[in-house]
Design a protein around this ligand. Structure first.
Ligand code: ADP
Ligand code: MG
Length: 353
């Protein structure tokens, strides 16, 4: 979804802080969530992701700051709108279905009392999350983990939320299922026009799910932006490494060109002097033909990984550890081979915050 399809702001988080005794779980977080968008909140364990979602949902109150939904304050100072009046859906890591209720009863749990078209709505929701109607009479323990998560999503959708909060809903699933679930959930939310915030500690999941990625560390919002910006222009090396593999090299920059162990590389900065540059491994191509010049090195290790293989190259004439380059399994070099390296695009220079 592009920025132009957003109809303004849905959620505005301003300077929100939360302490648990001596633990500073959130430190002055500000974040805007456009209507119709998908935001991924990422960060290491304990960085405050769940706390942020619980404050948005209304299960916790912020010590400082405010939360605004569609222009109305949900939390500001002592005044707090209770969770059930916020129109916000939440799906937690374990789905938290009621074990003693059938799937149909679980899904209908969020409906208003005595809803007349209950059965039809349950079926509709079941179809939205791509589950078979034969499951309606079952209990949660008779479903797989992925199916249970879909039921939890259907239950949350049944309340017709304006905003859906997903707290690591796929983390218990294995890789293939996880990807399918993520795509299914994306489709459902988009079709229903529901704005979503997904918490995950999986950077691939974040980058592929979101229009906006927000990085939390030790309760601080380190950086927020599009997946492309976060991946290619992270503000510091920790963020760079959190979002993927990176080749980091000391360099001297002059007029947009960095002098480094790879020779002269174009950089995306106007800064001058000593910096650290970052390249994503896929920006570096390994060549075994030496007909045209490139940066010279020799292969010290090859890790075969199927579609993505890792080649470790020791650069000629510099005392740096070998750099790790991702390449396809086609024409994979062997340890000991002399290779040339080509660089695509510009190297990134951390600008700090
Ligand atoms: P994440 O979801 O990113 O793993 P959390 O938001 O769960 O992080 O936790 C952030 C910090 O706040 C952690 O240090 C955690 O131990 C602490 N914390 C979270 N909830 C509570 C609570 N109810 N009581 C005390 N400390 C808490
Ligand atoms: Mg958490």
């Amino acid at each position: 979804m592009t920025a132009s399809s957003h109809q303004g702001l849905l959620l505005k988080i301003e300077n929100v802080s939360k302490n648990y005794g001596p633990v500073k779980a959130l430190r002055s977080i500000s974040l805007d969530v456009p209507a119709g968008s998908r935001t991924a909140v990422v960060g290491p364990s304990g960085s405050g992701k769940t706390t942020l979602l619980r404050i948005i949902a209304g299960f916790e109150r912020p010590d400082e700051g405010s939360i605004m939904l569609s222009g109305d304050y949900l939390a500001r100072g002592a005044s707090v709108v209770p969770a059930h009046k916020r129109g916000i859906g939440i799906v937690s890591q374990d789905g938290a279905l009621f074990p003693h209720l059938s799937i149909a009863q679980n899904i209908a749990f969020g409906f208003e009392r005595g809803a007349p078209d209950r059965d039809r709505r349950v079926l509709e929701l079941l179809e939205m999350v791509e589950l078979d109607p034969s499951m309606l009479s079952r209990r949660p323990h008779e479903l797989s983990g992925g199916q249970q998560q879909r039921v939890a999503l259907a239950r949350a959708l049944g309340r017709k939320p304006r905003l859906m909060l997903l707290d690591e809903p796929f983390s218990a699933l294995d890789t293939g299922l996880r990807e399918n679930m993520r795509k299914a959930v994306s489709r459902v939310l988009q079709a229903a026009g529901i704005t979503a915030i997904l918490v995950t500690h999986d950077q691939t999941e974040a980058l592929s799910f979101a229009d906006q990625v927000a990085v939390l560390r030790e309760g601080r919002l380190i950086q927020a932006g599009s997946p492309q910006v976060l991946y290619l222009k992270p503000c510091d090396r920790e963020t760079a490494l959190f979002l993927g593999d990176a080749v980091l090299l000391p360099a001297i920059v002059r007029n947009g060109i960095a002098d480094c162990a790879l020779g002269r590389v174009a950089v995306d900065t106007t800064r001058q002097g000593k910096v650290e540059i970052m390249l994503r491994p896929e920006q570096i191509r390994v060549r075994t033909d030496r007909s045209t010049p490139g940066y010279a090195g020799h292969v010290v290790d090859v890790e075969f990984g199927g579609s993505v293989c890792t080649v470790a190259v020791a650069l000629q004439g510099v005392a740096l550890p070998p750099i790790l380059i991702k390449t396809s399994s086609v024409a994979l070099p062997s340890p000991g081979d002399q290779v040339q390296l080509d660089i695509a695009g510009k190297a990134h220079v951390f600008e700090g915050r």
